[in-house]
Design a protein around this ligand. Structure first.
Ligand SMILES: NC(=O)c1ccc[n+]([C@@H]2O[C@H](COP(=O)([O-])OP(=O)(O)OC[C@H]3O[C@@H](n4cnc5c(N)ncnc54)[C@H](OP(=O)(O)O)[C@@H]3O)[C@@H](O)[C@H]2O)c1
Length: 320
């Protein structure tokens, strides 16, 4: 099969399409013919060397495709079924390939109404938003929530998911086009993240504070998060860089009994169950993943460069 691999960690140029043997499923795994692949920052960080993967390595967390074969103990799907999956960024090999092996609780059936593109793009971001707001922060219709960056991969799904929970959503974006997109996703208020009075404006919009903040850039915003929080509020942290994150004043956190909840979606033992919930929302149209750009597998390096450097609305995907 064709697969994009890196033999050494480093820049995007390390990613080369090569001919490699098809993977073989273990007894409890499935082999999937991949139709679409979601692109995420997490696999860029691993290509750059933040994890200790054996090399060479195929990166990638997200996939959608058709079951080619199943291990002898698999009973939940059979060859020919449409499936989508996620959380493979820390597994033996990732998803930037024509075939992928997925282990139990890392995939779910993809409903007929949902395209392979939507399924592949939904994996990391759909499960992250669900875990953040439904499992961890438990948003309710009376909650107010602040989402940093409401037009990117996680952001645009987080805005939709928070609205599905009935919450009031304040979010940010870097350009007027991105702010308009975040509004189309359902955000109640969208602010320019570069405005110098961001904190004062957020405090004016939510004078009693916000119940939940979703932060993928704690290096920039941890102190902001604590200052915008309501009593008993929760900051849900999904991204860094940690080495730049500082609490310069503990008092706002002490005053509000703040909770800081850090999580990684890949730690969730049953991502399959979360994917099943996301599939329901995708199938009936309550959740829509916006596909900003499609790349060939040969252009995987360009896709990885773009997911870090470019501003886009929604998700980038690779079609193998
Ligand atoms: N812990 C987990 O389980 C988990 C899961 C998923 C993702 N993540 C992490 O979350 C981060 C985002 O992932 P993603 O897939 O959403 O990436 P993405 O699609 O590239 O989106 C990045 C977003 O950040 C926004 N942004 C850029 N500069 C900003 C600033 N100064 N203030 C606020 N927002 C800013 C961008 O907005 P503009 O385009 O308008 O600049 C864009 O909306 C990554 O670090 C990823 O690793 C963690």
């Amino acid at each position: 099969m064709r697969a994009a691999r890196f033999h050494e960690t480093g820049g995007p140029e390390q990613l080369q399409v090569e001919s490699v043997p098809n993977p073989s499923p273990r007894p409890d795994e499935i082999l999937v013919e991949v139709r679409a692949i979601g692109v995420n920052p997490t696999e860029v960080y691993s290509r750059e060397g933040d994890r200790d993967h054996p090399l060479p390595r195929i990166p990638g967390a997200d996939f959608a495709g058709i079951v080619e074969s199943v291990g002898e103990t698999v009973t939940d799907v059979e060859p020919g079924d449409r499936v989508f999956g996620t959380g493979l960024q820390n597994d033996r090999q990732g998803t930037y390939a024509e075939y992928v092996v997925a282990r139990p609780r890392r995939y779910a059936v993809l409903p007929d109404e949902v395209s392979f593109e939507q399924g592949a793009a939904a994996g990391v971001v759909g499960t992250t938003a669900w875990l953040a707001f439904v499992e961890h922060a438990r948003l309710t219709p009376t909650s107010t929530c602040f989402i940093h960056g409401g037009s990117g991969g996680v952001g645009h799904v987080a805005v939709q998911t928070a609205k599905l929970c009935g919450a009031t959503v304040v979010t940010t974006a870097g350009s007027e086009a991105s702010r308009e997109f975040a509004r189309e996703c359902g955000a109640d208020t969208v602010l320019d993240y570069a405005r110098p009075d961001l904190l004062a404006t957020a405090q004016k919009i939510a004078p009693d504070g916000v119940d939940v903040v979703l932060d993928h850039r704690i290096g920039s915003y941890l102190q902001f998060d604590l200052e915008v929080l309501a009593p008993d509020g929760t900051v849900v942290v999904i991204g860094g860089p940690q080495d730049e994150s500082r609490i310069t004043d503990m008092w706002p956190a002490i005053r509000t009994d703040a909770t800081v909840q850090v999580f990684a979606m890949s730690n969730e033992p049953d991502l399959g169950a979360v994917l099943e919930e996301v599939a329901v929302l995708l199938a009936d149209g309550r959740l829509d993943i916006h596909i900003a750009r499609r790349y060939d597998l040969e252009d995987a390096a360009a896709a990885q460069r773009a997911v870090i450097e470019d501003s886009f609305h929604g998700k980038l995907i690779i079609l193998p």
